[in-house]
Design a protein around this ligand. Sequence first.
Ligand SMILES: *Cc1c(COP(=O)(O)O)cnc(C)c1O
Ligand SMILES: [Zn+2]
Length: 412
Amino acid sequence: MKNVKHAQCTRCGRTVPAVPDLTACPCGGIFDIIYDYAYIKTALTKDVLARRQERSMWRCREFLPVEEDTVLPPLRVGWSPLYEAGELAKELGLRQLWVKDDGLNPTASLKDRASAMAVAKAREAGARVIACSSTGNAASSLAGNAAAAGLETYIFVPSRAPKGKVAQLMTFGATVVSVQGSYEDTFALSRAAISRWGWYNRNAAINPYLSEGKKTVSLEIMEQLGWVVPDYIAVSVGDGCTIAGVWKGLKDLYAVGFISRLPRLISAQAEGCCPLNRAVEAGEPWRPMEENTLADSIAVGVPRNADKALSAIRESGGLTVNVSDAEIMAAQKLLGRTCGVFGEPAGVAATAGVKKLAEQGKLPHDASVVSIVTGNGLKDVANAIAACGEPITIPGSMDRLLDAFAARGIAP
Ligand SMILES: *Cc1c(COP(=O)(O)O)cnc(C)c1O
Ligand SMILES: [Zn+2]
């Protein structure tokens, strides 16, 4: 890889070659991939990029840690739409708001960006089997992207994972183990199984390439905005791999001069499970928390990318915001009604956070904000119905329709 120098541990600073099956550092820290920005500058300009036909996460391969001859996995991941959300901005009293709908990825979450990267690296490593533990979306995205690439998957999910995600896993032909316990228990079992059978490891705690895949969301946002930097980018946070990736992508663009300043991050967590935000707010190391929220994808009591996530939030001068389940459900409805975007609970947590910060006066009125929707609402219809209500249910009769409308004050 001409564009990559090496990997460096984010905790102890040790540097090692960026081999495809790189795992965590012996010190326990996660590696970061270090690029040769001088080379990237010569290889890619904004004009060259603007003329590219490729509309996927692989659009800027110069920024990605894959060999030139690597056969990329077939599903079309990335280049999701960035919608200007004028109506929602007005309701929240913000100057400009955009919604990046990453629920439109092939398995319907932002995790596809990491899983496609994992599949590419597994192929480079010559692996035939990939495994991971996940709150749900990492699992379904890995199963789908691996199936398309002809690789076998072993997946560990906590038994609370919503049915939609489990249905995806079964459809993609994964071997699925539903663990009766917390995400922490699930993770521990997957780790033991992976070391026993030597599978390629797609766990966020271990694999440094996942946040490199996820960073493509930032590369896209900035290109879609014509390189005009927003004041804030809001992300929902569980393990912390996503927000770390978002920050990495921005720093890459800054390093090659594609953008001239960096946005501030907004880290949105659930009130019932916010170990990373609590650490930032208290200026202390993070401590484990209960996993007490309906937003299953961010119910992570022991975050696996804490180091990278905390430095991303702190370096960016970021804001933290913790949202209740009721606020998450309200945001689901608000985003649906004003934007036509259907997010799962964790998927809309960032938008719930933006709304809360705006209402608390913590965002200036002239602020421009991008809110990333990280997962699709169809994955968890039970919570969507709970948030947004049941339809009018009547027999097929005009009289009953008139009665029902009258009773609800609906005047077509
Ligand atoms: C995984 C996930 C997140 C959080 O990403 P982390 O890397 O765990 O912080 C947010 N939203 C959705 C829908 C997810 O699947
Ligand atoms: Zn180390």
